[in-house]
Ligand binder design. Sequence first.
Ligand code: SAH
Length: 379
Amino acid sequence: MIETAQTAAGNRDAVREPAGRTNLVGLSREELAACLAGFGMPAFRARQVWHWIYHRGARDFEEMTTLARPARALLAEHCVVARPEVVSEQLSTDGTRKWLLRTPGGGEIECVYIPEEDRGALCMSSQVGCALTCAFCHTGTQPLVRNLDAGDIVGQMLVARDAYGEWPSPAGGRMLSNIVMMGMGEPLLNFDNVAKALRIVMDQEGISISKRRITLSTAGYVPNIRRCGAELGVNLAISLHAVTDELRDVLVPINRKFPLAELLAACREYPTANNARRITFEYVMLKGVNDSPADARALVKMVKGIPAKVNLIPFNPWPGTAYECSTGAAIAAFARIVNDAGCSSPVRVPRGRDILAACGQLKSATERKRRETAPEAAG
Ligand code: SAH
């Protein structure tokens, strides 16, 4: 594990700007046009600036050489192109990379890059902390601090792109090819900002990541599953984890408001749910809790009729948890039952475990330290 700490001086773009300057990152195209119109700039200028920010990765108006000098100076006076500040960065022995980021609006989040052989996914956060208190999730032990705004969310992608030098946006062969909204927070409880951010990264004149390469994971805030399908059309993942309401009420407490029957009905209606783009059901393997052959059979019955894939996630332990990961034999037996019923059920290989970057382990270092020094302050 390699750890680096960056000082503010080493990450100059993120230094908080004097009040009054507008961060252009996270504005929709319309908002950007309106902002620039306020400085007397015509609509085509907004298109140029968009291209510089999201296609070329420009951080400074001086780089925007298609703009006349006076226009650059005017923008520099009133606006910034700010990223979240990189507080620290860790690299796992398996290539997974985790950033601790401080957002301009306050609060720290984590963001993880998971490389595959010829591509890779960026796991992005949607909130500082999380309100859902899922029993087995480390992130869930940190209380919700605030929703991220669209700039904070898009900013995670910009930071990762900077780190891998992936500018201008390559047509193919990208390391940062996919996005999973599986970091800190519940994306469907911050839907407007998440939707705005995803529209920015999907925009073809910028970062241009197709909705087919974006997966949004939810613990099951049902009303916005419908909006997600209708307004974004990205791939859907459901953090299922239990096959009875009784157990799911404990593991994923939002189930008390939106029980399994309602959740599964929303999945059945999800517009992209066809065989080419199946819904992923995530299922964390907890020893003696949800990992019996009877659970596997019930799971198969439950997702029948939904084009589904079951992702079995070995539980990633964290300090203080009462849960344990299922045995290899139990996971294999569970997977076999689901596979034999015709539903693909890969076992997810945990990534970045050595840097606490795996599923459910995200939590800011600051928060960890605070808990260590003042346990009573823990959320
Ligand atoms: N709130 C959203 C987004 C977070 S996704 C959601 O719940 O879907 C993070 C995924 O990791 C979820 O499927 C979550 O249930 C799972 N997870 C959480 N803690 C885990 C742990 N300790 N081990 C393995 N998976 C875990």
